[in-house]
Design a protein around this ligand. Structure first.
Ligand code: IMP
Ligand code: MG
Length: 179
């Protein structure tokens, strides 16, 4: 065991059962919205991979999946247009109803840039679902179409979210103890 690994998990904010319940609810909403129309779920790696795995198994509409990865260079002073796509979709999305599946919206810059990029590829429609939202940190006007949990300005780990690449495998969302 790495030194201090467990002690850094300060407090569980959202339990496994709470996440499961909200995903069931969100999947039902997606099923109703698309009503049998095929969709393409696009997850942003790495953080959203756990959410994607659970969400795609909860929807019942015909569904394809895709992955993208982006790295951000901005440091809080430089605004949008500063993300780099490190992994792009392999499919042409022009014939698809696309839903971007994200782990957390913080400043909003990543998703603002990714949605602008995907819109240029003319999908039939484009929506965004996020597991977590930290609206107090927003520096853009970006809003998701569906948000499962709104959280205060705390650094969180687990259920795909990391601190220094660790803790992604925790089944719950916890506050990270930075001290
Ligand atoms: P944004 O562009 O500031 O909205 O950045 C969102 C990205 O920052 C997320 O996809 C996460 O990878 C990362 N991030 C933001 N807040 C947290 C957090 O509390 N824990 C872990 N990762 C976070
Ligand atoms: Mg992410």
């Amino acid at each position: 065991m790495l030194k201090e690994y467990e002690t850094k998990i300060k407090k569980i904010l959202i339990t496994e059962a709470e996440i499961k319940e909200k995903i069931r609810f969100a999947a039902k909403k997606i099923d109703e919205l698309y009503d049998g129309t095929p969709i393409l779920l696009v997850s942003i790696l790495k953080g959203a991979f756990v959410f994607m795995a659970d969400l795609c198994r909860a929807v019942t509409v015909p569904c394809e999946i895709g992955f993208m990865a982006a790295s951000s260079y901005y440091d809080g002073t430089i605004s949008s247009g500063n993300i780099k796509i490190t992994l792009d979709l392999s499919q042409d999305i022009s014939g698809y109803h696309v839903i971007i599946v994200e782990d957390i919206i913080d400043t909003g810059q990543t998703l603002k840039d990714i949605t602008e990029l995907l819109k240029k590829r003319s999908p039939l429609s484009l929506r965004v679902i996020t597991l977590l939202d930290k609206p107090s940190r927003r520096v853009t006007d970006f809003e998701a179409d569906m948000t499962l949990f709104t959280i205060p300005d705390k650094f969180v780990i687990g259920y795909g979210l990391d601190y220094g690449e660790h803790y992604r495998n925790l089944p719950y969302i916890a506050e990270y103890d930075a001290n």
